[in-house]
Design a protein around this ligand. Structure first.
Ligand code: NAD
Length: 347
């Protein structure tokens, strides 16, 4: 663990194995400086244990920064279950994972991530109270996508204010990649604000529904990068900002909810040099974790969630202003700010 390139001063890493259910899981805790570590659990068929370890280390570090920048009293952690989510799921497996989470006595709070549904997490919740993302219960926060989308919409407004010098999105041309859980709600907000939308997805049914509701023009998945637009809003896949796509994009700003948008860290500087203002992904998409944080607090409160989204939008504005002022990549500034908050909490 100490030798892998993904190790970033993690506090602890826990490995679990359960013969009866076949559970093989890793819970990585990057930091608890700001509060208990929180981050979802991913189920993935890794090629080997090293790949599972690297993912757990990398994702838990990312959660520390996402939680810190959203000003939440939470640290960063992540669970990974090594297995095929299509063939190896069982209630017993998730109960065993619930016992693993419980054995950490609240140092780590789990929730859904890729490969794990609210139905699965229900079984985790039978064994531990340190679980969020439940559909039922006193503090259940339900689907985080509407709150994520609200944050993304406000983030697009904040980015447009700086990149396009406009207070209103009326008439602003926005190319949206992905109209799934987050993208569909984002499109709803944007259409209401008067933006002119071009959308793409690999799901024709979603495209038709969103186009009908918002008047958006539909393009093929690969054509989204060539659209004559003011803003590109990625809400589907990671690693979509690379040398090839950057060269094709004609926009003044990139602002969307997808995780890990920059294919490599140096793309932050390349995007800046191309004259494109980038809303760092882990800042603009923090609405979902804010929603989960409210559930973790024990009392779900929409006004609290909304006020946190406002604070997050203000933080995004500060990051973008600093990036413009100092002619530096916004991604670098966001990371610096998150790290500084964690360091201050340590002190
Ligand atoms: P989702 O699976 O509901 O939506 C993703 C959409 O992208 C789907 O409609 C899918 O068909 C589409 N898609 C897949 N491949 C595509 C391609 N090649 N071109 C165009 N579209 C494609 O997922 P979601 O919950 O809406 O999340 C979207 C992104 O936002 C992900 O990167 C996710 O990690 C991130 N995110 C989501 C939340 C949340 O609250 N759901 C919070 C933070 C970040």
């Amino acid at each position: 663990m100490f030798d892998t390139d993904a190790f970033a001063g993690h506090e602890s890493v826990h490995m679990f194995h359960d013969d009866a259910t076949g559970l093989r899981a890793i819970i990585a805790i990057h930091s608890t400086a700001l509060g208990p570590a929180a981050g979802g659990c991913r189920m993935w068929n890794y090629v080997d244990g090293e790949a599972a370890m690297r993912d757990a280390l990398r994702l838990s570090e990312g959660m520390s920064y996402k939680n810190a920048i959203a000003d939440l009293p939470l640290g960063g952690g992540k669970g990974v279950i090594w297995g095929d989510s299509k063939t190896q799921k069982s209630p017993e497996l998730f109960r065993a994972f619930g016992q693993a989470v419980d054995s950490l006595n609240g140092k780590y709070w789990t929730a859904e991530d890729v490969g794990i549904s609210p139905d699965d997490i229900k079984y985790v919740g039978e064994q531990t109270r340190f679980v969020a993302g439940l559909d039922d219960g006193d503090a259940a926060s339900g689907d985080p996508s509407p709150v994520t989308a609200l944050g993304v919409f406000k983030g697009i407004e904040a980015t447009a204010r700086r990149a396009l010098k406009t207070e209103s999105l009326k008439g602003v041309r926005i190319a949206v990649q992905g109209v799934g859980h987050v993208g569909e709600y984002v499109c709803g907000h944007l259409a209401k604000a008067g933006a002119i939308l071009t959308i793409t997805d690999i799901n024709q049914e979603s495209l038709n529904r969103v186009s009908k509701a918002t008047g958006a023009t539909i393009v093929a998945p690969d054509d989204i990068y060539d659209v004559e637009a003011d803003i590109f809003s990625p809400n589907a896949l990671g690693a979509i900002i690379n040398d090839t796509t950057l060269e094709r994009l004609k926009v003044k700003a990139i602002a969307g909810g997808a995780n890990n948008q920059l294919a490599t860290a140096d793309m932050g500087e390349k995007v800046r040099q191309a004259g494109v203002l980038y809303a760092p992904d882990f800042v603009i998409n923090g609405g979902g974790i804010i929603n989960v944080a409210s559930e973790i607090s024990g009392v779900y409160s929409m006004p609290w969630v909304e006020s946190k989204v406002e604070t997050l939008t203000a933080t995004l504005g500060k990051i973008l202003d600093k990036a413009i002022q100092e002619t530096r990549p916004s991604s670098e500034i966001a990371l610096e700010m998150a790290k500084a908050r964690i360091k201050a909490a340590h002190k």
